[in-house]
Design a protein around this ligand. Structure first.
Ligand code: SF4
Ligand code: SF4
Length: 174
């Protein structure tokens, strides 16, 4: 299966983009909220709307509380402990609503049929969902798809780590 994309490396580190975006948007949302320009209800509507398009992006890309949590979680003993927070996030209506929309969001993490998975398992190693629950896998056909799970926070690390660009974030094929 000789597709030239098979040897492509990921082009950038997603966190180099995500963290500045989350910082700017999160702080902006916080300031607007404190100033009374927007309400909590409007933020829930925004998170839900983004959920329809991208899935549960609000937590990792826009949430001011998410910024604080990520700073605090730097003190966590390992990546698994940090994953536990993302996996078991409770109590936030935006997380629940947009998480449930992961299953039908317009954009999702898809397998590119033009590229060939080499079964390196790197995606499942980096994904906190498949890490914490072995019934999930990003590439094993008989497993549940973590990207459809309400716990997927669209960190895109599975896409970034895939050495052959088999995983990609694109419009869902319905
Ligand atoms: S984006 Fe990928 S690595 Fe991140 S939580 Fe979702 S499925 Fe797992
Ligand atoms: S990282 Fe990519 S190539 Fe490796 S197992 Fe996952 S989907 Fe397959």
């Amino acid at each position: 299966m000789g597709n030239k994309n098979n040897t492509k490396k990921p082009k950038f580190k997603i966190d180099k983009i995500r963290r500045p975006v989350q910082f700017v948007l999160g702080i902006t949302i916080y300031i607007l909220l404190q100033a009374g320009i927007i309400s909590l209800g409007m933020i829930v509507i925004l998170g839900s709307f983004l959920g329809i398009i991208f899935g549960k992006v609000f937590c990792r890309w826009l949430c001011p509380i998410g910024i604080v949590m990520e700073v605090l979680l730097k003190a966590a003993p390992d990546e698994k402990a940090r994953g536990m927070y993302q996996y078991h996030k409770l109590g936030c209506p935006i997380a629940w609503i947009s998480g449930l929309l992961n299953r039908i969001s317009l954009f999702t993490i898809r397998k590119n049929p033009l590229n060939k998975c080499i079964n390196c398992n790197k995606c499942d190693e980096i994904c906190y969902i498949s890490n914490l629950n072995s019934s999930f896998s990003l590439y094993k056909e008989d497993h549940k798809n973590p990207a459809d799970s309400y716990t997927c926070s669209r960190c895109y690390q599975c896409v970034e780590v895939c050495p052959v660009n088999y995983l990609e974030f694109k419009i869902r094929k319905f």
